[in-house]
Design a protein around this ligand. Structure first.
Ligand code: 13P
Length: 349
């Protein structure tokens, strides 16, 4: 089905808004098992109500919309209400933030491909997207994951995940939602910065090839890739400049100019390092290699982690946790402008 002109205009305008200025996305769409894992590590009860309270104070954070343009919700959350009885998508929109939703149903191990996974969730997706749109979601995320190792990722893994990303993206646009296309090359392993660059390039080439084949409108999507980084066990961790150069080079080789924005995932990087690297990327783009698309953030852990550690499930800690969340959002918005400075972490300007 071809998109109507009106719905095309709607999702393209949403994509532009998500990456306009220096704001970025807050990924708060951890699945229940992942959220529970993070709660368990801090002794927070792993209950539906605790997850609801957590998402409740995040959305109520004063001033968050100054730095955050969109928030990605999880299925459980979008069906819940805040403590004052407002459905979450409405609470997000009322806060001046565009509500989004995670629509993949997680990764499964891939048959015949030991150590690799394929992301599922296409069955029934058209109906689920219509329901989420009706609930107020205006964009939708899907995450494909690639492991780097000897002979990995395989061609089969890259192609099957790229095809699924294109099928999901086309369905989102049909429903008037912006696909936020997450293709994550994992940091686990001892691989070099250069190898991550090669793998990321191969993955993104395959993804945009499938987008072309499956008639995904490039003007109406946001790409959510990893930064090009060495594996966490690689002895050479690379300077900020090296990471920025490798990341921008990889994206210039693969991402068509019609795409409005790139919003990086954080992937388990320490929060302050993620901000410093996002800053280095934007400084490089401003000074040397101009890019046609915005370079923004769509972080989960690098925005939430310090705040979650303060909250620890205690209502009395909510204000301090909100301030920590807002601080990270402010640092990352500064990084988008190339104005982040480590002194900001000590409460500086
Ligand atoms: P991280 O920023 O923690 O990598 O999470 C991004 C995300 O949306 C994972 O799907």
């Amino acid at each position: 089905m071809e998109h109507s002109q009106v719905s095309t205009q709607v999702f393209m305008a949403t994509a532009q808004t998500l990456v306009a200025g220096s704001r970025g996305l807050l990924a708060m769409d951890e699945s229940t098992p992942t959220c529970n894992e993070r709660f368990a590590a801090l002794g927070i009860p792993q209950t539906e109500d605790a997850r609801r309270m957590y998402r409740d104070w995040i959305v109520a954070t004063p001033g968050l919309s100054e730095y955050v343009s969109g928030a990605i919700l999880y299925d459980e959350t979008i069906r819940q209400r805040t403590r004052v009885g407002v459905p979450f998508a409405k609470a997000v929109a009322d806060a001046g933030i565009i509500p989004g939703i995670k629509v993949d149903t997680g990764k499964e191990s891939m048959a015949g491909h030991p150590g690799e996974s394929v992301t599922e969730g296409l069955d029934g997706l058209r109906a689920r997207l219509a329901e989420y749109a009706q609930m107020g979601a205006r964009f939708a995320k899907w995450r494909a994951v690639f492991t780097v190792g000897e002979g990995l990722p395989s061609r089969g893994c890259i192609e099957v995940n790229a095809q699924a990303l294109a099928r999901y993206a086309a369905l989102c646009q049909e429903a008037g939602l912006v696909p936020v296309v997450e293709a994550e090359v994992l940091m686990d392993g001892a691989h070099t910065l250069q190898r991550c660059g090669e793998v990321t390039e191969a993955v993104l080439q395959a993804v945009f090839h499938e987008f072309y084949t499956q008639r995904v409108a490039l003007e109406g999507l946001i790409l959510k890739p990893n930064m090009v980084l060495p594996g966490t066990a690689c002895p050479a961790q690379g300077s900020l400049d090296e990471v920025a150069a490798a990341t921008v080079r990889c994206l210039l080789r693969t991402v068509p100019a019609a795409v409005p924005g790139v919003a990086f995932l954080s992937g388990g990087q320490p929060s302050e390092l993620a901000s410093a690297r996002l800053n280095a990327i934007n400084v490089r783009v401003r000074l040397q290699m101009h890019t046609p698309w915005a370079l923004a953030f769509s972080f989960a852990r690098a925005l939430q982690e310090p705040a979650l550690e303060i909250w620890k499930g205690k209502q009395a800690h909510e204000g301090a946790a909100q301030r920590a969340l807002c601080h990270r959002a402010r640092c990352n918005a500064a990084a988008r402008r190339g104005e982040y400075k480590p002194a900001m972490e000590a409460g500086g300007p």
